[in-house]
Ligand binder design. Structure first.
Ligand SMILES: C[S@@+](CC[C@H](N)C(=O)[O-])C[C@H]1O[C@@H](n2cnc3c(N)ncnc32)[C@H](O)[C@@H]1O
Ligand code: SF4
Length: 452
């Protein structure tokens, strides 16, 4: 296994989309093409499954030096109202485009830190969204909260607005690690917001942990996981630390490369976590998630209904996901579009009455075929094809998978590829054999984090 980890630990995408963002068409997506693809997707799916909304709330009070998210650090809360006004104006632009009132199946508030915003402003945002939309049956509303900046009032307000699921960024409980990542956060504080969420009635609480952070050791991870299990969150995201300091604006600093656990040392931290989660009754979901059998994500996995998009793994799939807010990515299934990455550029475009996208990609027929296979593998660890259709593409993929087949990590039959348990940790490498865009445009510089 040690040799396999060394062999397969190479830079690679996390496949929250296909094609992955760096390989979107350099020409981008034209505004008319984007609008048409949204309308087509909307008309095909609004009545049958509803649509999803991802709303990016970018502000945080303090910078965590491991963070790779699109955020804006400020302590000035006067930024809240103008930002939300812009988000609602952007929502108006989409609603004006759609042929009828959208039915919303899922809303997710991501960040940054959604709980940076006051209860009053969060209510204003959600009420504003539903002025022009209805709820689809089984409506789900989730949000990300920072344990140090989430009050009982915010938890209650969001619950009253329909949220039954939240997630908290924990990362690590070890004081040395917390100091290095500039994120001091006590177990008592986490327990407080966790217990309050339970008391209020949240049905699914998720904790985000990261392995591969600076100064993590076997002992520190054991302790972090012991604390996590003591609170029994319904879901746990156990992310591999993505070290991408070369990306502009990310702000990863404050520790040296040598402070990071490497290759098999890092992988061991994952395997250790996995074993401890299993012992505590969790099930492994896809690539980096765990859930209690009672949670909707476990149930969706059992019935092979799990989906993956820019929000990660979700139990409910919609064909159309509209992303609002700076840097958000929208997905119409037939095309992707990303919003401007600075608050200023985003606001300026919305104020001019234009959708604030700055890049995108219109999927070709081949992209759509590959997209489906990668999604199947990432979600269900298997993918099927019809014999006699697209045989050339299939044979080329199998050729590229030969080494992985020889290493006994996947099973190939006449119409199916199944990832073996030993192959699960190499899932990103397996998907890379399908990734025609990556193969055609071999990157010359580092653009992805390591696969393991
Ligand atoms: C937007 S943040 C969470 C919400 C809130 N801002 C907080 O920090 O509690 C989403 C999650 O992304 C994960 N994340 C951020 N940067 C990462 C990185 N470089 N590698 C792996 N996971 C990362 C963290 O686990 C984090 O909790
Ligand atoms: S981890 Fe959360 S709080 Fe920290 S900088 Fe990133 S988004 Fe902000």
């Amino acid at each position: 296994m040690k040799n396999l980890i060394q062999k397969y630990n190479i830079p690679g995408p996390r496949y929250t989309s296909y094609p992955t963002v760096p390989f979107w068409d350099k020409k981008g997506v034209g505004m008319e093409d984007w609008k048409n693809s949204v309308l087509k997707s909307f008309n095909e799916s609004n009545d049958s499954e509803g649509i999803s909304l991802y709303i990016h709330l970018p502000f945080c009070e303090s910078l965590c030096t491991f963070c790779a998210c699109h955020k804006r650090i400020t302590k000035r809360h006067s930024v809240e109202e103008p930002y939300l006004d812009t988000v609602l104006k952007e929502w108006d632009l989409y609603c004006d485009l759609l042929s009828k009132r959208p039915k919303i199946r899922e809303v997710h508030l991501g960040g940054g830190t959604p709980t940076f915003f006051s209860s009053e402003n969060l209510k204003k945002l959600i009420d504003g969204i539903f002025k022009r939309a209805d709820k689809f049956k089984d409506f789900e509303f989730s949000y990300e909260g920072h344990p140090n900046h989430t009050s009982e009032e915010q938890l209650q307000t969001l619950y009253d607005l329909g949220s039954r699921r939240n997630s908290f960024g924990i990362q690590d409980y070890d004081p040395v690690v917390q100091k290095a990542i500039h994120r001091i956060q006590s177990f008592d504080q986490v327990k407080k917001v966790h217990d309050l969420s339970k008391k209020i009635g949240y049905e699914s609480i998720s904790h985000d942990l990261i392995f591969g952070l600076p100064f993590q050791t076997e002992e520190s991870i054991r302790n972090t996981i012991k604390n996590t299990i003591a609170l029994k969150p319904d879901r746990i995201a156990y992310y591999s630390y993505a070290h991408v300091p070369w990306i502009k604006g990310v702000g990863q600093r404050g520790f040296a490369e040598n402070d990071l656990p490497k290759d098999q040392e890092k992988r061991y931290l994952y395997e250790l976590g996995k074993q401890l989660f299993f012992e505590a009754g969790y099930k492994e979901i896809g690539m980096d998630h765990f859930a209690l059998p009672s949670d909707s994500l476990s149930k969706a996995m059992e019935s092979k209904k799990i989906h993956r998009n820019f929000m990660g793994y979700t139990a409910g799939k919609t064909q159309l996901m509209i992303g609002l807010g700076m840097s958000s990515i929208s997905d119409s299934w037939y095309a992707f579009a990303q919003n401007e990455k600075s608050v200023e550029a985003y606001t300026e475009k919305v104020n001019r009455g234009i959708l604030p996208i700055f890049r995108g990609h219109l999927l070709t027929n081949t992209d759509l075929i590959i997209r489906k296979h990668i999604l199947n593998l990432m979600c269900n660890l298997e993918t099927k094809w019809t014999i006699g259709v697209n045989d050339q593409i299939k044979n080329e993929i199998l050729g590229r998978l030969q080494e992985i087949i020889d290493d006994d990590l996947i099973e190939v039959s006449i119409d199916k590829i199944t990832v073996k348990e030993e192959g699960r940790m190499f899932i990103r490498n397996i998907c890379m054999a399908f990734d025609l865009r990556l193969i055609e445009n071999k990157p010359e510089t580092r653009i992805f984090s390591m696969t393991i």
